[in-house]
Design a protein around this ligand. Structure first.
Ligand code: ADP
Ligand code: MG
Length: 654
């Protein structure tokens, strides 16, 4: 296979974005488009960005300041207006242009002085195809023009086939997937972008909604006729022993879950609520009800550190109850593991906590009837499948930390059963969000103040850092240089012992500053953390930022989230700073996204979609759902059969 590029810099840069093959390249769509279509000179306003075709009328002149090189020249437009053009620190212009040359300038206009400040200059007129420039999100090592060239190579080398059945493609006026990709990467106008995106969105949506229907149907056929009915009042004994009173929403959720568990058909319920709304304890009550029916329960967490934390909390909350609770993780000694598996197989363990790996172990759960999956979006779509052959008789409870308004949830999850916690245990949390730039002095006073209050500080490095300044290890060094032994570091490359040690020292305040990648996003509960500093917040979805924000201020005292951004445009972050309701933020995340501006963040916490926008594409989604139903209801139709088989096969593997 042909190589993406001969440059190892480009190859290793793209690898950071999981782009390895030509196929990866063509599916890496532009983040947005720079519109360089020529502006009507009569419709310009001061300070707007405009694109003008001009004829140079004076040789460029270099004026050097102490820090910047300023270039000035004059140019005339086809309508005869004389512009003063100015460019800062763009020396290439000096040699690129001369009088009587036709050029294109994209820049900011000041009408009072007819002055145009250059953002980009081309020493020629632009053809139609050049006037819409795709902009990609890329690692710092790779330039947009370099990637654009690779895209062109990839479009020639690679071809893809649509899975959408022909009758549905015709009915919805969809172009082929190959054409769609070509138009999205090389649009002549914005209509090309919309037509291309429509085909990509439809493709994505159809598979998703067919999957959902199949999962829902196969689940509604599952029954467990041996289930013992539990009098839900009996759960009160545990509820009363809790160190707090449950909120109304928590009680309602428990009731809904309890009714499901008492039905013959198996439960498949999503419990959603904002970070800190108290989902965990609701799942504990479910586990207690499950214990009352003399069955085993499993609690799955996405990481070992979170599993361990749940285990500790379970032990505390159940300390006066005769349940046996165990943690099954990779760090156990072989002997301890064998013994534990043995006990589980004898039915002697009531609640088992662990990660995904729990089900790849060769262990048999004779009485498994409830599985709780925390942070469900970290696992695949087909949650029941994560249980392999161990949970055919198990009720399933999925906890989601990305709450979405009910109307949207109905769109995304179809008619799955959903319980929602809207209120907080305390009167909301007091987290103030501020935005600042990167010099260290901008954050040190916040840190000093937090340390003086004996509270902890999270410092979050982005998963992918643009440039090396915000790499987790670089940040660790930078903060260690100032706060020496008060700082510890946490990232994916550490062993699980090292991770545990880091977390423990952070929790107990020995090293009250934790520099970390987003592994902390998943539910770590350090009550007295009072400050979180996030680098390159633009690389996160708003819902992820909100989840991170939920990690601080858990002691009910005021806490601060500090977003460190050197970008020019912080509008999204400013809107985010004003809003603290997770449901509204999910909506905000979607509505503030421009056309063709994709998340590119597969794990943003918003379920499923890379291309579809559940708010903006609502009418398309309605059509896709109808078509998905039509496909599922007619499995023998030769047009539908191949797609159904493909999806069924992939569901079996997920
Ligand atoms: P999440 O929904 O994000 O998983 P948790 O379940 O971790 O939230 O709850 C956050 C914190 O609030 C925990 O420390 C939990 O013990 C506490 N909590 C849960 N429910 C209540 C309640 N009704 N009253 C007071 N504190 C509560
Ligand atoms: Mg949680």
């Amino acid at each position: 296979m042909a190589k993406l590029s001969n440059s190892s810099r480009i190859i290793s840069g793209l690898a950071k974005y999981d782009i390895h093959t030509f196929r990866d390249v063509i599916f890496h769509l532009p983040r947005r488009y720079l519109d360089l279509r020529y502006t009507d000179e009569f419709k310009m306003n001061t300070n707007e960005k405009v694109t003008l075709k001009l004829m140079v009328t004076s040789a460029p002149l270099l004026i050097k300041g102490p820090k910047v090189a300023i270039i000035r020249f004059t140019a005339v437009s086809p309508r005869g207006a004389n512009y003063k053009v100015v460019a800062y620190n763009q020396r290439y212009i000096l040699n690129a242009i001369k009088p009587n040359m036709e050029i294109t300038v994209y820049g900011t206009i000041n009408l009072r002085f007819l002055e145009l400040t250059v953002i980009k200059l081309f020493p020629r007129a632009l053809s139609e195809a050049e006037q819409i420039v795709p902009l990609y999100s890329l690692p710092s090592e790779v330039g947009n023009h370099e990637f654009t060239r690779i895209v062109q190579k990839a479009l020639k080398n690679e071809s893809v086939t649509s899975r959408v059945p022909l009758p549905l493609r015709d009915k919805n006026g969809l172009i082929s997937l190959n054409d769609a990709l070509k138009r999205v990467h090389n649009p002549l106008d914005m209509n090309d972008v919309f037509d291309g995106l429509k085909a990509l969105k439809y493709e994505e949506g159809l598979e998703y909604f067919i999957k959902l229907l199949l999962i829902k149907r196969s689940n509604s056929e599952l029954v467990n006729s041996r289930k013992t009915i539990v009098n839900l009042k009996d759960a009160n004994e545990f509820v009363k022993s809790l160190p707090f009173k449950l909120t109304k929403d928590q009680i309602k959720a428990i009731r809904e879950i309890g009714y499901d568990m008492n039905k013959e058909t198996l439960m498949y319920r999503l419990l959603q609520g904002d970070v800190g709304s108290g989902k965990t304890v609701v799942s504990f009550v479910a586990l207690y009800i499950n214990y009352l029916r003399n069955a085993q329960g499993v609690l799955l967490a996405p990481t070992e550190s979170l599993a361990k934390q749940h285990y500790d909390t379970l032990l505390t909350f159940f300390k006066d109850f005769p349940l046996r609770i165990e943690l099954l993780i990779g760090a156990l000694t072989p002997n301890a593991k064998t013994k534990l598996k043995d006990d589980i197989q004898k039915g002697e363990v009531d609640i088992i906590v662990g990660t995904h790996a729990l089900f790849s172990e060769d262990v048999f759960y004779p009485k498994l009837e409830l599985v709780v999956i925390d942070e469900q979006h970290k696992f695949g779509v087909n949650q029941r499948n994560t249980l392999l052959n161990k949970g055919e008789k198990a009720d399933l409870l999925l906890l989601s930390a990305t709450p979405i308004p009910r109307t949207l949830a109905n769109v995304i999850y179809g008619d799955m059963d959903i319980s929602t916690i809207e209120s907080f245990p305390h009167d909301g949390r007091l987290v103030e969000t501020v935005i600042t730039t990167s010099p260290l002095k901008n954050v040190t006073s916040l840190i000093d103040k937090t340390l003086a209050e004996n509270r902890q500080v999270y410092i979050i490095a982005p998963k992918i850092s643009f440039g090396d300044k915000t790499n987790v290890l670089v940040l660790y060094e930078r903060f260690s240089a100032r706060y020496s032994n008060l700082v510890t570091v946490l990232h994916g490359q550490l062993t699980s012992e090292e991770k545990d040690a880091a977390l423990l020292n952070f929790k107990n305040g020995l090293t009250p500053i934790l520099v970390s990648t987003t592994v902390v996003e998943v539910g770590i509960d350090v009550k007295s953390a009072g400050l979180m500093i996030i680098y390159e917040p633009h690389s996160f979805g708003l819902s992820s930022l909100h989840q991170l924000r939920g990690r601080i201020g858990r002691d009910g005292k005021k806490a601060t989230l500090c977003l460190v951004s050197d970008e020019e445009d912080n509008y999204k972050l400013e809107e985010f700073a004003k809003e603290d309701n997770g449901f509204k933020i999910a909506e905000l995340d979607l509505t503030l996204r421009g056309p063709g501006e994709l998340t590119g963040e597969k794990q943003s916490g918003m379920p499923g979609f890379l291309y579809l926008n559940v708010i903006k594409d609502l009418s398309l989604i309605t059509k896709i759902k109808e078509d998905a139903l039509e496909v599922v209801n007619n499995p023998a139709n030769p047009h539908y059969f191949p797609l159904l088989k493909l999806i069924n096969d992939s569901l079996a593997k997920e």
